[in-house]
Ligand binder design. Structure first.
Ligand SMILES: [Zn+2]
Length: 310
């Protein structure tokens, strides 16, 4: 982990404040008070700018987004920083239409920034709050029915759990996915192009963890399936949320004994893959034949760490 740049959305510890969260009456009172702040979530982003999310007081929120005035939807409580407590408000639950997949857009005259655009430049706590807000709002908008009996769910109290009419309690879901930076004996980096991506996009390998599977096995399996290489050893690097819609990325660095000639891509998910030296990678980026990964992604951090290890 030497020289590793902290993962963009996981640089600071957000105190999720179990004490206030578990006291519904105190939480309601706090939410109505002067120390409550609200992030306005719209799809993959929050209202804000290149310097960070915008934090609304209740009055500012009603003024800027009048639809919030009649809000009877529970805004999830994200936690506190100092004396201020933070809540997430879902613009779509208040009638805003679903946004597309742009990185920045307008909402009622305000600017929304996707977490993928500038969050790596925001303060660590700003990024942590925005990631938590997008994650829980997305979960509550899409996890609508009880997994046990199929009845409708109603979010309760803190917004971080829900109940169905038959008394089952349902918690937000997170899907673990491994992401792995593979280097060989020459310290070249393996980068692959996925068929689903636009031309020129190369990145490290990633894939969802399967039921009952340890993370280390998921790394070996994904590398075997996608490029037919054997992982010699691996190191866990860190994790960050990627709430599009609900992934938790678990990052590894792994070593293989191989060259590009040894790679056999699956031809299904992966179209091409090869090892790059640092010079080759920089030349390809400069020439525009290889595009950079999303700047807030784990892939960007892993590639950056490799480049700086020179
Ligand atoms: Zn149920």
């Amino acid at each position: 982990m030497a020289n590793f740049r902290a993962l963009s959305l996981a640089r600071s510890y957000l105190d999720r404040d179990a004490v206030l969260r578990s006291n519904p009456a105190a939480l309601r009172e706090f939410r109505a008070g002067s120390l409550a702040r609200f992030l306005l979530v719209h799809g993959r982003g929050v209202v804000g700018s290149d310097v960070g999310p915008r934090y609304f007081t209740a009055a500012q929120l009603r003024e800027s987004f009048p639809r919030a005035a009649g809000d009877d939807v529970v805004p999830p409580y994200l936690g506190h920083v100092g004396e201020l407590g933070y809540f997430a408000v879902d613009a779509q639950s208040l009638g805003a239409t679903a946004p597309g997949r742009a990185s920045t857009w307008e909402l009622d005259g305000m600017t929304v920034e996707a977490l993928t655009l500038h969050a790596h430049l925001w303060g660590g706590l700003d990024a942590a709050l925005a990631a938590a807000a997008v994650a829980i709002v997305t979960n509550n908008r899409t996890q609508r029915f009880c997994a046990t009996c199929g009845a409708s769910l109603t979010p309760v109290d803190d917004g971080f759990h829900a109940r169905c009419g038959n008394g089952h309690v349902v918690f937000p879901r997170t899907d673990p996915a491994i992401i792995v930076a593979i280097t060989n004996q020459a310290d070249e980096m393996l980068l692959a192009h996925n068929r689903a991506w636009k031309d020129g996009r190369y990145s490290v390998l990633a894939g969802f963890v399967e039921s009952g599977e340890p993370l280390e096995a998921a790394v070996r399996r994904e590398v075997g399936e996608e490029v037919a290489l054997d992982v010699q050893d691996m190191t866990y690097v860190g994790s960050q949320p990627w709430p599009f819609p609900r992934s938790l990325m678990l990052a590894f660095e792994a070593r293989v004994e191989a060259t590009t000639a040894d790679i056999r891509v699956d031809g299904n998910e992966i179209a091409t893959a090869r090892f790059f030296s640092r010079a080759e990678y920089r030349e390809a980026v400069a020439a525009g034949t290889v595009g950079l990964p999303t700047p807030t992604s784990v892939a960007a951090s892993l590639i950056d760490a490799w480049l700086r290890r020179e």
